[in-house]
Design a protein around this ligand. Sequence first.
Ligand SMILES: NC(=O)c1ccc[n+]([C@@H]2O[C@H](COP(=O)([O-])OP(=O)(O)OC[C@H]3O[C@@H](n4cnc5c(N)ncnc54)[C@H](O)[C@@H]3O)[C@@H](O)[C@H]2O)c1
Ligand SMILES: [Zn+2]
Ligand SMILES: [Zn+2]
Length: 391
Amino acid sequence: MKAVVWHDRGKISLDNVADPGIRDSGDAIVRLTMSAICGTDLHMIRGTFPGMVDGTILGHEGVGVVEEVGDDVRNFRPGDRVVVPSTLCCGACTYCRAGYSAQCDRANPHGHLGGTAIFGGPEPAGPFDGMQAGYVRVPWAAANLVPIPEQVIDEQAIICSDVLPTGWFGAKLAEVSRGDTVAVFGCGPVGQLAITSAFKLGAGRVLAVDQVPDRLETARRQHADPIDFSREDPVEIMRELTNGVGPDRVIDAVGVDAYPGPESETSESEQRAAAGGEAPTWHYGTLPSQAARWAVSGVAKAGTIGVIGVYPAGFDAWPIGSAMNRNLTVHLGNCNHRPLIPELLDMVASGVIDPSNVVTRQEPVTDAIEAYRVFDEQQPGWVKVALEGMT
Ligand SMILES: NC(=O)c1ccc[n+]([C@@H]2O[C@H](COP(=O)([O-])OP(=O)(O)OC[C@H]3O[C@@H](n4cnc5c(N)ncnc54)[C@H](O)[C@@H]3O)[C@@H](O)[C@H]2O)c1
Ligand SMILES: [Zn+2]
Ligand SMILES: [Zn+2]
């Protein structure tokens, strides 16, 4: 099969690789009909989320059809259409049962302290081959496959694999509730769906911070107030727009590849800390703590921050002193995808959430490497890139 393969920082290629097979009686093989490129893939290529192994198939977003199941998979049969959640879980341990599927005790081969297991991710997260490929092996398939309602097409279902659950999770982490003013940092696909989710959860107003005109315009079409941090100080504008108080809730949908505002200095030491001591590549963030710093200084006193932007384990330049002295509440983490997906698929099926704002490009997998380049450059029109034609 064809697959997008990570070889080194800055080096990926579309390779011919062997089809995966059933290895364990709990596995399923899914033929992928659609995959997508995520900002998290960019961190792994830039090197700002280190630990990748040469030969790993990229991609943690997938929709497809069950091709084959192991003997212990009772609840799915070949032919079933499914969404595959980005993070893996077993469905049976105490963490899974409590809803913390991203902290599953069993899915990560490194054991119960191994952290989140993810498709197409670094060695400490599995490693598991990902879904920018013709087929994927899904371990713990009984728990990790989610059936797709008949009326939901692939272009809608694909956002339920990662970006919509993560945007929703971010709004929940930030404790968005009726009437709140919410600021979302980062207007990539995850930020756009955090804006959507904040409005659905009752936000009275949403402020959207980025510097890419096309992404700010997409946020405006959702009726968020765009703030362009390359032209104005986001903390000042957020206060101006909120009667001097600041937003009640802030969602960080930027993560480690953050760019500085005109008044900030870039930081090589932060860049290296993010990239595990190496030099990052492609269009990496030159001030990794920038979104975090603006979030902490801009949110209202005693407000809440939800962090879904990814920061690697070795990164610790987070403004804890200022957060502590402003009595902030901070929730953060990898999305617990599996338990959120069924409800979100229903919201997409009923038209309550419309993914067409977000999935702006559908590209054949044969053009995947070029698509990565253009997404990395944040060219106009390239918010979320779905890949198709893998088989
Ligand atoms: N927690 C999770 O489970 C989870 C799941 C999926 C994605 N993520 C993470 O969410 C983040 C966003 O993903 P994406 O696919 O939307 O990525 P993306 O790269 O498309 O979007 C990031 C956006 O942030 C903007 N940005 C950069 N610096 C900024 C700053 N200082 N202030 C405000 N905006 C700034 C960029 O211009 C860009 O539009 C990434 O860190 C990704 O790894 C986390
Ligand atoms: Zn993703
Ligand atoms: Zn589990």
